[in-house]
Write a protein that binds this ligand. Structure first.
Ligand code: ATP
Ligand code: MG
Length: 551
């Protein structure tokens, strides 16, 4: 589909336009700052599309920065997957940074705060700090540690760094205002002790900066002009600005918040996604049922469809939930003109065409994509034995059943009309084969108008058919409200994956992992890169053909 690279006008664009016009900035620099504690999901894609998209549109730059200030949860595996996903989405970062490379500077700036009387070492426990913090209605209480001398604070902070204290024994707090109506400003903790090995800095540090202190410094060090984040951080903006100012940073990045992306039937927190992986509800972070970029890629989503979806959901200031069908709409739109058409049979049922010459195979012409004639045609074999689907036959059909039943005639797509003459069953009474006759006059493409039939079935010639496995998906989370809340595991759909065996046309022999097709009547499928082998093609259903969704 046509890709519209620019998002429609929005408040962030207005701010940037104004800043460039007034000369506040000559060039904008944005950043995408994931914490490498999981794989990226569709919500991150939204942030990527906004940050890189703005830089593209205003001739600026975007950095990729790993916000790796928490040694316990982070891993190199996640770092690599994040880089791969950003590139796959179609973006190139200007600079690649690790927040952990700034630990020295962050430490020095903390010392500066202490020297200015703006930070102190706290002896209270985490629980006591919380207790002293007060509530929305009541001001906080000042801790006895607050009145320590600068000298004592410098000494204690250095000893924290040198590993003289246990985890939780001390923290460093910014000295701001214990009675501020904004709780974030009631002397927030800015450093904590954690005797843990860090994936980048190893055992160099045993104190680590807190996000609220580290993030503004990271942005300022890199000269980020517009630091775009989600709405939960709105109340932290005064603290962000306080840190930039009192740490005497040259650059003064502006934090701008927008509403995070929420999607129906979709869990979107790395912690919960990790739980689904660890507790084996799914087969890894890239399971096609996962809303991760790698899961969507494996399911068959294209970068274009994800970018278009993210742009179309817009940039808003208030909370909303987007229907998952909107994502499906964009992949259909993208594949409609790109994906070759083909026929695949799920749950096959053998049909013998009794009046078709034995040992004859004829090749039939079929368009690769009727909407794009330039894609040309493909050849499909037809012979005396074919497969149709078990679901396309009924022995005792209800009224208005137009598929195959005894005595009824249907059209085989790209081939002939066939009529069901006889039903063969096994000892248990299961239908195992149909005997049909065909009418040579009715060949597709010859302009036959003698009579009409109501049903058109897909099929595959039996002797050359290639075995295929189909993986059909339902939403992983049943609850429309995205499975929020702690009991989200109760809403995991036990039937989210159905595995069905069948066949595909022989010209699929060259299909490669990640190739995408539109199967007649069944919708769009992707060749699964993990389960496909030399012996067997495995297809993930991306999306069915029909939708009631309207943009
Ligand atoms: P999660 O809660 O899933 O762990 P996070 O916000 O903690 O997500 P980060 O790695 O810190 O994950 O996020 C990197 C960037 O992606 C941040 O700027 C964050 O605001 C943004 N982001 C994360 N989730 C969403 C979302 N659902 N919609 C929009 N942006 C998001
Ligand atoms: Mg986070």
């Amino acid at each position: 589909m046509e890709e519209n690279n620019t998002t429609s006008s929005n408040f962030i664009k207005n701010i940037i336009t104004e800043d460039l016009k007034s000369g506040k900035h000559k060039e904008i620099i944005t950043r995408f700052p994931p914490e490498p504690n999981g794989y990226l999901h569709i919500g991150h894609a939204k942030s990527i599309v906004i940050n890189f998209g703005l830089a593209d549109e205003f001739n600026g730059k975007t950095n990729l920065r790993f916000d790796d200030t928490n040694p316990l949860k982070e891993d190199v595996e996640f770092v690599e997957s994040i880089k791969e996903d950003v590139k796959w989405l179609g973006y190139e970062w200007e600079e690649l940074h690790y927040a952990s490379n700034y630990f020295d500077e962050m430490y020095d700036r903390a010392v500066l705060l202490i020297n200015k009387g703006l930070a102190y070492v706290e002896d209270l426990s985490v629980d006591e700090i919380r207790e002293y913090r007060g509530t929305l209605k009541e001001p906080g209480k000042e801790s006895p540690s607050r009145s320590r001398s600068i000298e004592e604070n410098l000494d204690l902070f250095e000893r924290m760094k040198n590993g003289e204290f246990q985890n939780g024994e001390k923290v460093l707090r910014a000295k701001i205002d214990m009675s501020s109506p904004n709780i974030n400003l009631r002397d927030p903790v800015i450093y904590r002790i954690s005797h843990a090995t860090h994936h980048n800095t190893g055992d160099k540090w045993c104190i680590y900066p807190m996000y609220a202190y580290a993030h503004p410094l990271e942005d300022a060090i890199e000269g980020i002009t517009h630091s775009i984040c989600t709405l939960e951080f709105e109340d932290q903006r005064p603290l962000y600005n306080w840190v930039v100012e009192h740490c005497e940073m040259d650059a003064k990045p502006q934090q701008i918040e927008f509403a995070r992306l929420n999607v129906t039937n979709t869990v979107m927190s790395k912690r919960k996604l990790k739980q689904l992986v660890d507790e084996k509800y799914v087969d890894g972070w890239d399971d096609p049922r996962m809303p991760t970029i790698s899961g969507l890629r494996r399911k068959g989503y294209t970068p274009e469809s994800i970018r278009n979806f993210c742009r179309e959901t817009g940039v808003a200031k208030n909370y909303g939930v987007v229907d998952v069908q909107m994502m499906e709409h964009f992949i259909r739109e993208d594949l409609k003109l790109k994906a070759p058409r083909t026929m695949g049979v799920l749950k096959p049922l053998k049909v013998v065409i009794t009046n078709y010459p034995e040992n004859q195979v004829e090749m039939l012409d079929a368009e690769i994509n009727p909407e794009v004639p330039e894609m040309g045609t493909r050849q499909i074999p037809f012979s005396r034995e074919i497969y149709i689907e078990q679901d396309d036959f009924m022995e005792d059909p209800p009224k208005k059943y137009f598929r195959l039943f005894p005595g009824n005639e249907v059209r085989l797509k790209h081939a002939y009309f066939i009529k069901c003459e006889e039903v063969i069953k096994d000892d248990e009474g299961n239908v195992v084969e149909l005997r049909c006759t065909y009418d040579p006059e009715t060949k597709s493409g010859t302009g036959f108008t003698g009579r009409k039939v109501k049903g058109t079935l897909h099929w595959v010639e039996a002797t050359q058919a290639i075995a295929a496995e189909y993986r059909i998906y339902e939403p992983l989370i049943l609850d429309e409200e995205q499975g929020e809340g702690e009991s989200f595991l109760d809403n995991v759909n036990p039937n989210s994956l159905e595995i069905v065996q069948g066949f595909v046309e022989p010209n699929m022999k060259d299909a490669k992992p990640q190739d995408k097709f539109q199967f007649f009547r069944h919708g769009y499928f992707n060749v699964d890169p993990k389960h496909t082998t030399e012996e067997k093609l495995v297809f993930n259903q991306i999306v069915s053909l029909k939708s009631s969704f309207k943009l």
